[in-house]
Ligand binder design. Structure first.
Ligand SMILES: *[C@@H]1O[C@H](CO)[C@@H](O)[C@H](O)[C@H]1NC(C)=O
Ligand SMILES: *[C@@H]1O[C@H](CO)[C@@H](O)[C@H](O)[C@H]1NC(C)=O
Ligand SMILES: *[C@@H]1O[C@H](CO)[C@@H](O)[C@H](O)[C@H]1NC(C)=O
Length: 601
């Protein structure tokens, strides 16, 4: 109770103190730390989270499990549990107790990533990697203790685990992350899993008639000679036409497949569209998407996201007939900062994804439920942003917003020339040609999380059009973090990616950006190129953040339409007051700092 009273008085203190003095108040120091906490992205109330696990829609409820360290804000593999939350709308979440803790011999050193599959009788099953008492990675199942509990609160790990022990040719620490299982024509279940088998990085397939006894298929689903271990594989069907999602077991004409892996060496997610042979259980990438290196190097595949986003995982949402992607977005300031805040890691806002009409790549888009959070709206209609122009989009909270804008390009004549070699490293190109480097057609885009004074702090999300040697055009998208924070030692990279559009024909390009205090998620060209960035601006501790449209190209660009909405905070894993009262004073402080943040935005 004492803690709660303290919490309440903190809120008042933070609000009453003028911003200049609040930074010197010891109580508001806690709040200052937590201007980083998000308002509508998925986070547990405290502690470390990483990979999304077992996302599923079951009995009218969305479930998200996640890699969770219940003991602190840093990664601690031996203590990894499965946190568990439920939602009716993918936006507001209620926290339940952990679904899995490392308590059995077959997961004594950690409950690593995995999936949920719903069997034909309606029974959900967790399939996950345990790190066993001998530190081997093995595959286990868990079942709901009470299948009639609509929230699936408690899970039982049968003592006959592991259902798949470590194979003789696989190294002990390279066998993990089973996918959601799918049912073949022959009535057998299959799941895919990452492994290093006889020294080769592969994605293996296991088959089973009863979900208990699993047999490895001799041929791997896919093998990569160049890259060693991949992790968090995901194999899922997409409709050749249209945005509707498909059940993981869907097959037949009009169904294509996507294979995605996460590469620990680059900490990036890669995918390709291809053909899954459901008899041989092999996957062959389409030729035209295996760009750059050979198709056996995952790192030459397309990126799920060109910023920092990892360990993504999709599920089929039968409620709205769509496929939805979750992914972990890590912190990029210091571990000391994470410990001080008491938490680390976000999930990206859930994205619907589908195949683009040309069949070459995925399109990703925030799920429409985000619109339920929209409050105030600001708009710009039929505006022209001249060379060097900067226009503020006022009237909404710039730190909690959803911005959707279309840029029209009157002329491509002054596009800068670009050597084809430069297509290989978009990050470097964005680093060289940042927002303040004037160009021909672009840079134009948004300045977000900008300080009100002199733009001392701002994050730029923008496009730049280049003309290649043979005369065709290419569009570069960048998120430039070099001025995102004035704090010493903060990671401030430039993220870049090309957008696969025909700008000569379209003469326009769209940008959607979700801003949430310390995360900026951008979707260029209708979700063709996605870019997630973490930002830690100092000004946000004590003052509001601003939003602008800018153009630093030599020609004007037109903005036929820009809409920006302020987003209300979602209710994400809020700790009920009763529990909070029982917590120690320190936790009371952390909780109060959230309240402060949400009232200051
Ligand atoms: C798990 O957490 C506990 C409590 O913080 C700690 O004592 C223990 O060393 C951790 N175990 C491992 C394997 O890291
Ligand atoms: C997390 O952030 C750092 C920057 O601090 C980055 O270099 C790293 O690759 C990221 N890790 C993951 C798993 O995304
Ligand atoms: C545009 O370019 C000028 C000149 O380099 C620079 O001062 C200004 O900061 C740039 N604008 C942005 C948004 O970077």
């Amino acid at each position: 109770m004492a803690a709660l009273r303290l919490a309440v008085s903190n809120v008042i203190l933070c609000l009453l103190l003028p911003s200049s003095s609040s930074s010197s108040s010891p109580i508001c120091a806690a709040r200052m730390q937590d201007h980083v906490r998000t308002a509508y992205h998925f986070q547990p109330a405290k502690n470390w989270q990483n990979d999304p696990n077992g996302p599923v829609y079951y009995n009218g409820m969305y479930h998200l499990f996640y890699q969770y360290n219940p003991h602190g804000a840093l990664w601690d593999v031996g203590n990894l549990s499965w946190g568990h939350s439920v939602s009716g709308d993918l936006v507001n979440w209620a926290a339940l107790g952990n679904a899995l803790d490392p308590t059995a011999p077959f997961d004594a050193n950690g409950c690593a990533s995995g999936s949920v599959t719903i069997l034909p009788d309606g029974q959900p099953v967790i399939l996950y990697s345990g790190i066993d008492a001998e530190r081997r990675q093995v595959q286990n199942i868990a079942l709901p203790k009470n299948p009639r509990d609509p929230l699936l609160r408690e899970w039982t790990k049968p003592s006959y685990n592991p259902v798949v022990p470590l194979p003789a040719d696989v190294s002990a620490d390279n066998f993990r992350d089973p996918t959601t299982a799918w049912l073949g024509r022959d009535g057998l279940w299959r799941f895919a899993i990452s492994a290093v088998a006889t020294g080769v990085g592969t994605t293996l397939v296991y088959r089973s008639a009863d979900f208990l006894r699993w047999e490895r298929n001799a041929a791997p689903l896919h093998a990569s000679r160049d890259a060693v271990m991949a992790e968090c594989p995901d194999l899922f069907p997409v409709a050749a036409r249209g945005a509707e999602g498909l059940d993981t077991s869907a097959r037949g004409p009009g169904v294509r497949h996507v294979l995605k892996v996460s590469m620990p060496d680059t900490l990036q997610d890669y995918y390709t569209v291809g053909r899954y042979d459901d008899e041989a259980d092999t996957f062959t990438p389409d030729e035209d998407v295996a760009r750059g290196g050979g198709d056996d190097d995952y790192r030459s595949w397309r990126r799920i996201d060109h910023g920092h986003l990892y360990a993504s995982k999709t599920f089929f949402d039968a409620r709205k007939n769509r496929r939805v992607l979750w992914a972990w977005v890590n912190e990029s300031d210091s571990e000391a900062d994470d410990v001080a805040r008491g938490w680390s890691g976000l999930q990206s806002f859930p994205r619907a994804l589908w195949l683009d009409p040309a069949g070459r790549q995925l399109l990703q888009w925030p799920v429409e439920e985000i619109e339920t959070l929209r409050r105030g709206r600001a708009a710009l209609l039929g505006a022209e942003v001249e060379s060097g122009g900067l226009r503020e989009i006022g009237g909404i909270a710039g730190s909690q917003a959803d911005v959707d804008v279309v840029f029209e390009i009157p002329s491509l004549e002054r596009a800068e020339g670009l050597d084809g070699n430069r297509l290989l490293d978009a990050d470097a190109l964005c680093g060289e040609k940042g927002a303040s480097v004037q160009g021909g057609v672009g840079p134009f885009g948004l300045l977000v999380m900008a300080s009100g004074d002199d733009l001392r702090e701002h994050t730029a999300v923008f496009f730049r059009v280049f003309r290649l040697l043979h005369g065709e055009y290419t569009v570069l998208m960048c998120t430039d973090l070099t001025r995102s924070s004035t704090k010493a030692g903060v990671y401030r990279p430039t993220h870049g990616g090309f957008v696969d559009v025909d700008i000569e024909k379209d003469r326009s390009i769209s940008l959607r950006t979700l801003i949430d205090h310390s995360i900026v998620e951008s979707f260029g060209g209708g979700g063709r190129t996605c870019m997630t960035a973490r930002v830690y601006p100092e000004h946000a501790a004590t003052s509001s953040s601003h939003l602008y449209v800018f153009n630093n190209g030599s020609d004007a660009v037109r903005v036929p339409k820009l809409e920006a909405w302020e987003l209300a905070p979602a209710s994400v894993n809020v700790v009920p007051e009763q529990e909070e009262e029982e917590e120690e004073e320190e936790d009371g402080l952390a909780a109060s700092s959230n309240m402060c943040t949400s009232s200051v935005y």
